[in-house]
Unconditional design. Structure first.
Length: 128
């Protein structure tokens, strides 16, 4: 099975976590943490900064690694490194997503997370 290596930003601001809803592809309408594929010769942090700039027109500060999610979808294996991030500049403009929400610790379960992302919810709740 093919492995896809991605990074995800857990953007936290004033105790809330930023969640995005996919606007395209096989997983359209599912909720996820923004991010994307790591390109060749790119560090995980550089990939995350680039992806958030491309997807949300926002510059982030990449902090600690919260964890790595390994998840088998039907057609591929996803390896997702998830970092705690903060906003340096920008207004989180949705360029590829159809919706976004700031979620508080108590309502992290209020959206329909994609399977790989749902595995992070308890870790994030403990982090907050």
């Amino acid at each position: 099975m093919k492995t896809i290596k991605v990074v995800a930003a857990i953007i936290i601001h004033e105790g809330k976590v930023f969640a995005t809803q996919r606007g395209y592809g096989e997983f359209k309408d599912g909720w996820e943490f923004p991010g994307g594929k790591v390109e060749e010769n790119e560090t995980l942090e550089d990939a995350l900064v680039r992806e958030i700039k491309e997807e949300l027109d926002t510059e982030i500060e990449v902090g600690e690694l919260l964890g790595t999610v390994e998840y088998d979808y039907s057609k591929f294996h996803l390896s997702m490194d998830c970092f705690i991030c903060s906003i340096k500049s920008g207004n989180l403009v949705l360029k590829e997503h159809e919706a976004a929400k700031w979620l508080e610790k108590e309502n992290l379960d209020s959206v329909d997370w994609l399977p790989a992302d749902s595995g992070l919810i308890e870790k994030i709740r403990k982090y907050l």
